[in-house]
Unconditional design. Structure first.
Length: 249
């Protein structure tokens, strides 16, 4: 799965809520050569925020910013090529731009490059190389990449299998509110894999994942409840109600 702004493409092209006057100011700064404004203007065209949606204009302004070395814009161009949005779909070209962003330390570009290697898109499938880029992204606090690192440790893809290490990465991601990691952490608590078996914790994480519409989370939560006392269920439900996501770290 790709991320745009695991498969959607990651992109820093965040949807903007454009206020009156901001369009003109962004145009002014972009035309003066400000790469951040150029990328912002590309984002506005990409999403039709304050200007008519126009893939070609989005690409044009992303290129201006990318050619000045702005990693966010480089990743955004990779996204367009990967999706075939405004350009012919081209995985090799997508990889080129994702790599430029990744090598500049952009966590989203690193995640996207990891996905390309993991899926064998435009390059031979290489789990070891995928793990490298996911890990770099995860260490910057990217929740989706933290989940992918955990999954790769759990499955022994690109790295020796290590369930305890998987649990640590799932937790980092789950604590930020990433639903797939919440479900996977619940599974580990339920089965006592990499963590002490704890039905209360399992129920709580399944409950949180279910609230985010993760398939099978409700079934897993209810099956876990069959193993619990009423007091334990009440405690798990209380923990889920009071749970709040942590910022990335």
């Amino acid at each position: 799965m790709f991320f745009r702004s695991l498969i959607l493409v990651f992109s820093l092209a965040t949807v903007l809520h454009v206020q009156a006057g901001e369009v003109e100011e962004t145009f002014r700064r972009a035309n003066e050569g400000d790469p951040i404004a150029q990328n912002a203007l590309g984002t506005m065209y990409d999403h039709g925020q304050g200007v008519p949606q126009d893939d070609q204009e989005a690409l044009r302004w992303y290129r201006f910013a990318a050619e000045q070395g702005l990693a966010e814009a480089q990743n955004n161009i990779g996204t367009l090529f990967n999706l075939g949005q405004g350009v012919p779909q081209n995985d090799e070209e997508a990889i080129k731009w994702f790599r430029l962003a990744a090598e500049r330390g952009n966590a989203i570009g690193q995640a996207n490059l990891g996905n390309m290697y993991a899926n064998g898109q435009g390059v031979a499938k290489d789990f070891k190389e995928a793990f490298k880029w996911f890990r770099l992204s995860a260490e910057q606090g990217n929740a989706a990449s933290q989940q992918r690192v955990g999954l790769m440790y759990a499955n022994g893809h690109g790295v020796p299998q290590d369930i305890k290490e998987a649990a640590q990465w799932y937790r980092k991601s789950a604590e930020q509110g990433y639903a797939h990691a919440q479900f996977n952490l619940g599974v580990l608590y339920l089965n006592g894999q990499g963590l002490p078996q704890d039905y209360v914790q399992a129920h709580m994480w399944f409950n949180l994942a279910a609230a985010n519409a993760i398939e099978n989370a409700v079934k897993a939560r209810d099956k876990t409840a069959e193993l619990m006392t009423p007091y334990q269920i009440a405690e798990a439900q209380k923990m889920a109600r009071e749970w709040k996501p942590l910022p990335g770290k």
